[in-house]
Ligand binder design. Sequence first.
Ligand SMILES: C[S@@+](CC[C@H](N)C(=O)[O-])C[C@H]1O[C@@H](n2cnc3c(N)ncnc32)[C@H](O)[C@@H]1O
Length: 276
Amino acid sequence: MQKEVSSYYDYTLPFYRFFWYKNRESSAIHYGLWKKGTKSFEEALMNTNRFLAKIANIKKEDIVLDAGCGVGGSSIWLAENLAAEVTGISISNKQIDEARKLAKKNSLIKFFVMDFLRTKFPDSSFDVVWAIESACHAENKKDFLKEAYRLLRRTGRLVIADGFLRRAPKLDDAKDFLSQFCNGFAVPNLALAKDFEKMMREVGFKNIKVLDKTGEFMPSSQRILKIARFAYPISILTEKLHLTSPILTKHILAGIAQYKVFGGNLGGYFVFYGEK
Ligand SMILES: C[S@@+](CC[C@H](N)C(=O)[O-])C[C@H]1O[C@@H](n2cnc3c(N)ncnc32)[C@H](O)[C@@H]1O
């Protein structure tokens, strides 16, 4: 699965650069959160950083692991806005090259190509493990939680923002769009939110908080649906002409499916917080 995830992110990097983040300040690959008064997608992306940093109470003295850092947007934001020391890891070589360029030699930030399920860091290396829309890529979510727990210092904090299921999919059509979503975004499966909370407890996390942020996430889901509906027929054509890979066509189809997953009562967008 890790190979599939890295090929997916290596291939889609130029498309994310064009359609998602326009500049260094907004170099994020997630949905963002729309608060009252949020005026742009870029602002919504930054809202997620602000919200998670507040929940996890991140301060200057903290050493943060940005687990599944994409092109480094949150790592850069944490270092530049809170003066925290940040290590960002991603399974995609191309993302890490891009992240290093965007970080512009800020001495508080380091980036490595590394699997977050098997990192090379010693026990108790970090005060905070931060994961925006990355834990969903782990085949076994508990493996992600166990590694995060191992890496945290005593009283360390874990903060995650991601898509989850509210209930098990029952109907075949629910399974169809769920599998289009998973296949196209290189996500092996989505965990049930209540199972994930239980796994956090089993791994040892305490003072767990679960926050349903679906309402604030949906404007971005709608925006992605619009772009994907427009781009899908073009991607079929460009794939037929061997100009683009099937990875892109599946990715765009997942852009349509994601709205069905989260727009009904099957999926939701949650923030999970826990302490070691
Ligand atoms: C949707 S992107 C989110 C990126 C970033 N957190 C952000 O918000 O911009 C998911 C990220 O998880 C990373 N990822 C997925 N599986 C991984 C693994 N096993 N180890 C490390 N990174 C992984 C991907 O490479 C990608 O950077």
